[in-house]
Write a protein that binds this ligand. Structure first.
Ligand code: ADP
Ligand code: MG
Length: 729
């Protein structure tokens, strides 16, 4: 019987790039073609409605329900001109990805016919029958159902024949059941807190926007090879597979030439992304073979998150058109770099980025230092929570391994900024601040050298690095919804800024001059948050010891890391910033633990099945071939000669016997461990049991399988090998 593996490998080798139809227009012309953006709002809405809607979007004023009908009518007209027949409320439940339920525009016309209808009511609110979305017990079936509500700050867009309306998803009692609702609350909190602090420096500031520029890493695998790997199909990663003799040692893939088939995929993806207003800018190969990255220009965070969610689903569809599957899993292949999604984060006012070192006058520099230090304060106080916000069963494979950010959150500032903070910390002679006036301040906050702006990427091991005009949160996983990290980070910074303002105001009320009050408070905070600053090698063992001494969160078990969401400090922070209440936090943690358990459970099942149905049969088949050979040799040659000639085969026969036996025992133990864990009631304890007792057993089985892959005849091995999946174009 022909081995499917050889067939798919051969086909993959022969594949040619899929042709991409390039639009005749330039990107600037087809950008946003399928988005109801401002230009289209202007064109399709009455002037008064347009103005009210823009006011809602720009200034967060409340939506006047009376304009909803007019907005819906304009959207519908535009959509129909583009062949749209359906609409959907598009939302981000606590699973990965997005959810949508499509409804046709048609309604009965009361005269036995149909009319196309789309009213303001349908635009603004829907009740998706979504009882099977994870909700951690908030929305029990006997309770009222959840509903989705239009988010006017993220424009509607068209996918195929459907008008997609970005929405939040909440329960009737107001608890968030998604990522977007708490994200919007966190962005509001940071806007309020940062605006207040900005006004110390410039009373004209009205709004602070949070920016996010994500860098999406991913792997591509030929579709045929993918379909011959049940583990990839069902779990998103390879549960087994020996290293390829050549992988990333040569670093020859990074920034190398992009293969033709991949190039065609990227081109197609970018065109479609631009049509959806996703401002894609950068593409390149990544460190690992078959690993790539796509990054847009940064945007307002809510929009950037939506665009990332949209891009991930677009990638999956476009990849299939090109005979690929896109792997968003953080660690699809052991021993090879995993995929992350750097979240470049900054705050800005209408006048400029707050984390950009201006280097011109002392006042601006003081503002810059304030925002740097208070960001560090937020990250320091909630370093455990920030780790929890990026943690998942899949990202756990990446963190702490010797490649990606370590499983301890710390911040790299670079030499100049470190020196600057050290300088402020040490110059604490009172007389420096008693005298007001710029010159004195200029002495205290020295000129910030322009060089700082080029302070990029010097420490690749840092999970939260300052890179000139932003912080780069690098620990975020490739598959994750960026909102999770952005909720935690922005809330933490909002809390730090609020607290900062309170203390500065107290000093001012006690008679301190404003600038001196600010500097004194900053100085105190520089000292407090010092443990979070680390410019050394984040991969080293010494750092783990050092971080423990500093009191940073060093936990590595994913289910226990989730506890950070329920710590006293976290609950207080989320509640005081009006982002989430304890009920929401508890419910969400239930979902996190349950999701963790399910992921490992599925992997364990697939591991068991593949062991019994692929690996053991193939290995014993080869063993029989060898046994037959030994018998034949004994018939042909005299005893002693035969012994000598078959020694190697006998050894392999024995090794196969031992390894298959170990696999069988391993699978049995795996099943038993699952049975025990499944009986546990508490989601938290169950997840811990899966982490402690189930997951490690898979590693032991994998070890045996990978050894078998090396000795079993290549022609018999049914699963595509690493060298085939990773190097085929
Ligand atoms: P790299 O980190 O590889 O040097 P780039 O310079 O291409 O990457 O930038 C990565 C991302 O950071 C892009 O999405 C870019 O738009 C974004 N970015 C740049 N400046 C800022 C900023 N001030 N705030 C947020 N994101 C930013
Ligand atoms: Mg980067």
């Amino acid at each position: 019987m022909a081995n499917l593996r050889f067939q798919v490998v051969e086909e993959a080798f022969k594949k040619k790039p899929t042709e991409v139809i390039t639009p005749v227009e330039r990107p600037s012309e087809f950008f946003g073609k399928y988005v109801f953006n401002r230009a289209k709002m202007y064109k399709y809405l009455p002037a008064s409605v347009y103005e009210k809607l823009i006011d809602v979007i720009d200034n967060g004023s409340t939506l006047d329900r009376s304009i909803a009908d007019a907005v819906a009518a304009g959207m519908k007209q535009w959509a129909e001109e583009n062949g749209v027949t359906h609409y959907t409320h598009w939302f981000q439940p606590l699973t990965e990805g997005t959810a949508e339920k499509h409804d046709a525009f048609i309604e009965h016309d009361g005269k036995g016919g149909m009319i196309e209808e789309f009213s303001g009511k349908l635009l603004v609110q829907q009740e998706p029958d979504a009882s099977s979305f994870p909700n951690g017990g908030i929305r029990n079936t006997f309770e009222a159902r959840g509903y989705s509500a239009w988010d006017p700050t993220s424009p509607v867009f068209i996918i195929d024949d459907t008008l997609c309306i970005p929405t939040i998803f909440i329960s009737y009692t107001g608890e968030a059941l998604d990522y977007k609702a708490p994200l919007l609350r966190a962005l509001h909190a940071v806007n309020v807190a940062a605006t207040e602090v900005c006004r110390y420096f410039d009373p004209a500031v009205n709004k602070v926007t949070c920016n996010l520029g994500w860098e999406q890493e991913y792997f591509l695998v030929d579709e045929g090879l993918y379909s011959a790997r049940p583990d990839l199909m069902l779990t998103g990663r390879t549960l087994m597979g020996h290293d390829s003799a050549k992988n990333q040692q040569m670093d020859d893939h990074y920034f190398g030439a992009i293969p033709d088939r991949v190039q065609a995929f990227m081109k197609d993806l970018e065109i479609q992304a631009l049509e959806l207003s996703i401002p894609c800018k950068t593409r390149h190969n990544e460190v690992a073979p078959n690993q790539f990255e796509i990054a847009p220009i940064y945007e307002e965070t809510n929009l950037a998150v939506d665009h990332n969610m949209l891009l991930m689903s677009l990638m999956k569809r476009v990849a299939r058109k090109h005979g690929f599957r896109v792997l968003l899993h953080e660690k699809p292949f052991a021993g090879i770099n995993g995929s992350g999604k750097h979240n470049n984060w900054s705050l800005s006012t209408d006048t400029g980025v707050l984390l950009h070192a201006p280097g011109k006058n002392a006042e601006d520099n003081l503002r810059f230092v304030t925002f740097i230090v208070e960001t560090l304060m937020g990250v320091y106080r909630h370093n455990g929570l920030l780790k929890a916000s990026i943690m998942s069963a899949t990202n756990a494979h990446r963190l702490g391994a010797n490649e990606a950010p370590p499983a301890i959150i710390s911040s790299f500032l670079g030499k100049q900024l470190t020196e600057l903070l050290d300088h402020i910390e040490k110059n604490d002679k009172e007389d420096l601040f008693d005298m007001a006036g710029k010159q004195k301040m200029a002495m205290d906050i020295p000129e910030i050298p322009e060089l700082l702006i080029d302070n990029t990427d010097r420490n690749r091991t840092s999970p939260f690095a300052f890179t000139g005009n932003r912080f780069e949160f690098r620990a975020v996983g490739s598959e994750a919804n960026c909102a999770s990290a952005m909720i935690a980070l922005n809330t933490a910074v909002a809390e730090a800024l609020t607290d900062f303002k309170k203390r500065v105001d107290t000093l001012i009320a006690a008679g301190k001059e404003k600038r001196n009050a600010i500097i004194e408070t900053i100085r105190e905070d520089i000292k407090t948050c010092k443990p979070i600053r680390f410019d050394g090698n984040g991969y080293s063992d010494e750092w783990v010891e050092e971080a423990k001494r500093r009191g940073l969160d060093c936990e590595t078990s994913c289910p226990i890391i989730f506890d950070n969401y329920l710590s006293e400090g976290s609950v207080k922070m989320f509640e005081s910033m009006n982002v989430m209440n304890s009920k929401e936090l508890e419910a969400r943690n239930e979902v996190k633990w349950e999701t963790y358990t399910k992921k490992i459970q599925i992997e364990a099942r697939v591991m068991g099945d593949l062991s019994m149905n692929h690996i053991i049969p193939v290995a014993t088949h080869y063993q029989s071939q060898l046994a037959k050979n030994v018998q034949n040799m004994r018939q042909i040659f005299p005893v002693e000669k035969a012994e000598q000639l078959t020694a190697r085969n006998l050894k392999i026969i024995e090794e196969i016997a031992e390894r298959t036996q170990a696999i069988e025992t391993g699978v049995e133990e795996l099943v038993n461990a699952r049975k025990v864990a499944n009986k546990i009631e508490s989601e938290r304890e169950k997840a811990i049991a899966y982490h402690d007792t189930v997951a490690p057993k898979m590693e032991k089985i994998r070890y045996q399988i990978d050894k078998l892959e090396l000795i079993v005849a290549d022609e018999l091995w049914t699963l595509p090998k690493y060298r085939e999946m990773l190097f085929i174009r």
